[in-house]
Design a protein around this ligand. Structure first.
Ligand code: AGP
Length: 606
């Protein structure tokens, strides 16, 4: 959560910091602020609200002018969103921005108060600023090293010291941070897209490393002041990928990018018509030895795991347990060295998923991460990693990342089924070639967005709705429902269609929308019966079904048809109308689609 940036160079730091923050606003957006060395003095501008509110404030009141500084966009944890709680926070000679949570902030604050210190905000961050000032010994690096020993929790900190104009310091533990290296300029940022416009070269700051940035160099030290030589990485993300490129919102752009994202993700992993994950350290021998598989993730990534469960169990006959990471980590899961634990995460930084990974490793399981962000913590800490190549996903509501996570789940399922000799090489080739056709199927659905706009127009006044489905369609319903909730703020639940009559059907009243997903041939008649049950009680039914199905009259109020493909692969095309329905409902309601209220993209707190 929260985005931090820092700049030292020759350009106007306020402009650079604001521009870089605009690429990180997906991480949090309830307040923003910058601190810049202006004629040798630190000047702070901050404001509750979006980045545009800060910009407007600076237009009214003047912006700090100088060539170095730090900036922040916030997702509130300690203290409500307000001007006083906005970052940067000051502690005498030190000004900082912070992403993370200082868990022992209360004890540290009590100590500082006893020492006569006064606080202006309710944040845990101000405690760090004051502590840095308290321990300041004239040497920023040793001061930072000493203070980190006192801190419990997670942090990426951008720090400036009044005595050191034109130098930006940074340190991290758990929360991500990169150090960008340009021509006569250096940067820090929570994520690569923030600096792509200025440089592609960056260092990944590791836990307990301190960065010292000046105009012409970026040096990195450990906590004992030893200089560390690090590998300079080059971002291969296209700069346009972090721009809207003519689309009204990132969410729509990302929905449209799905066919390309699938191709980019699966093509390099297919060899002679068969999945080949050897470059990720995954061999048939390895896959053959696992007794059971756990898939652990949060939110949409967990929903991708549910699709994986159905497909792996059906094809490979290996038991799969899907867990919400925040539950898994505390439920003493029975994981052994014979198990494979798959962690799915777009950001690779989600706190609960990271903890689940750590726990799985402690329990001796082999771990595999499916991650979109290169070099992220989960990717680095897992035994094996399969990167999804979706490019940067900016909209808070995940769409293309989910799609490529599913694509990878299919490749894994095909490989395990082959390894366990549950399918023949020929069957595996057939499944793989069908998977390769999915991008075209999705492309055809995307030609048909008007239908989803029409469906959305009928939902905007709903107070609540249900998504129902069976089997893979149920897994999909969960994702459809989450997407709608996230961006439209309309309450919805997803239910296994056969479970409705055990209680939830009492919610159905005249005109209540029910989105029924029925793409699976073997379950089709069963789901139709459940649709009839809700229809008979007044529901307004939107049916998502395969092209070859002609629904009987009066079964559904609207029917969206998915081009034919194998049952097993149906989730990939069928999720697209669900994404579009959520998107257009939010647009019609006038919501801020890319930055829905209360959410942040990268959830680095528990
Ligand atoms: C998706 O639309 C959500 N914003 C959210 O559920 C997300 O999928 C979840 O927080 C997991 O994030 P991750 O994939 O980065 O781990």
């Amino acid at each position: 959560m929260c985005g931090i940036v820092g700049y030292v160079g020759y350009r106007d730091a306020s402009d650079i910091l604001i521009d870089a923050l605009s690429k990180l606003e997906y991480r949090g957006y309830d307040s923003a602020g910058i601190a810049v060395f202006d004629n040798g003095e630190i000047k702070v501008a901050k404001s509750k609200g979006r980045l545009k509110d800060l910009v407007a404030k600076m237009e009214r009141e003047g912006k700090p002018s100088g060539c170095s500084g730090i900036g922040h966009t916030r997702w509130a944890t300690h203290g409500e969103p307000s001007d006083k709680n906005s970052h940067p926070h000051e502690g005498g000679r030190v000004t900082i921005v912070h992403n993370g949570i200082i868990e022992n902030y209360k004890a540290l604050k009590d100590f500082l108060v006893k020492e006569g210190r006064c606080f202006k905000s309710d944040t845990d961050t101000e405690v760090v600023a004051q502590l840095l000032d308290y321990y300041y010994d004239g040497d920023p690096v040793s001061t930072i090293a000493n203070v980190t020993k006192e801190l419990e929790g997670s942090y990426a900190l951008g720090i400036i010291f009044a005595d050191f104009p034109d130098t930006v310091f940074a340190v991290r533990k758990e929360s991500p941070l990169i150090v960008g290296v340009g021509e006569n300029e250096s940067f820090i940022a929570s994520d690569v897209p923030a600096i792509l416009k200025y440089t592609r070269n960056y260092y990944l700051l590791e836990h307990d490393e301190i960065a010292v940035l000046s105009k012409d160099k970026a040096c990195i030290y450990d906590l004992h002041y030893n200089k560390i030589d690090k590998e300079l990485k080059t971002a291969d993300w296209d700069m346009d990928a972090a721009e809207k490129g003519g689309y009204e919102h990132f969410m729509l752009k990302e929905i449209f990018e799905q066919p390309t994202a699938i191709k980019t993700t699966i093509t390099p992993r297919i060899c002679d018509g068969l999945p080949n994950l050897e470059e990720c350290g995954i061999t048939l021998e390895k896959l053959n030895k696992f007794r059971q598989i756990f898939i652990v993730a949060c939110g949409t990534a967990m929903h991708a795991g549910l699709v994986g469960k159905y497909v792996i169990e059906k094809l490979a006959r290996v038991p799969v347990i899907v867990d919400i990471a925040s539950e898994f980590r505390y439920r003493e899961p029975i994981v052994t060295k014979d198990d494979l634990v798959i962690i799915i995460s777009q950001s690779g930084e989600t706190a609960d998923s990271r903890a689940a990974l750590e726990l799985s490793k402690e329990l001796g399981a082999e771990t595999l991460a499916i991650v979109n962000v290169k070099g992220s913590t989960i990717a680095r800490e897992a035994d094996m990693v399969i990167y999804t190549h979706a490019g940067p996903e900016i909209a808070v509501a995940s769409t293309k990342a989910y799609m490529v996570q599913i694509a990878v789940m299919y490749l894994i399922a095909f490989e395990i089924a082959l390894a366990k000799k549950q399918i023949t090489v020929e069957e595996c080739k057939h499944l793989t070639s069908m998977l390769q056709e999915i991008p075209d199927t999705i492309q055809n659905i995307l030609k048909n967005i008007e239908e989803t706009q029409y469906i959305a127009s009928g939902l905007i006044n709903a107070d609540s709705l249900l998504y129902i489905g069976r089997g893979l369609d149920y897994a999909l319903s969960m994702e459809g429902s989450l997407k709608l909730k996230e961006v439209s703020y309309i309450h919805s639940e997803s239910y296994a269609a056969g479970e409705l009559k055990h209680g939830t059907i009492s919610l159905i009243s005249e005109g209540m929308p029910v989105i029924a997903v029925a793409t699976q041939k073997n379950l089709f008649d069963k789901t139709i019966s459940n649709i009839k049950e809700v229809k008979a009680r007044g529901a307004k039914v939107i049916l998502i079904c395969r092209e070859n199905y002609q629904p009987e009259e009066n079964l559904a109020d609207y029917c969206f048809k998915i081009p034919e493909t194998d049952d097993l692969l149906m989730p990939m095309p069928a999720v697209v109308p669900l994404q579009l329905i959520a998107y257009y409902t939010a647009v019609l309601k006038g919501n801020d689609v890319d930055k829905p209220r209360n959410l942040a993209k990268s959830v680095t707190v528990e």
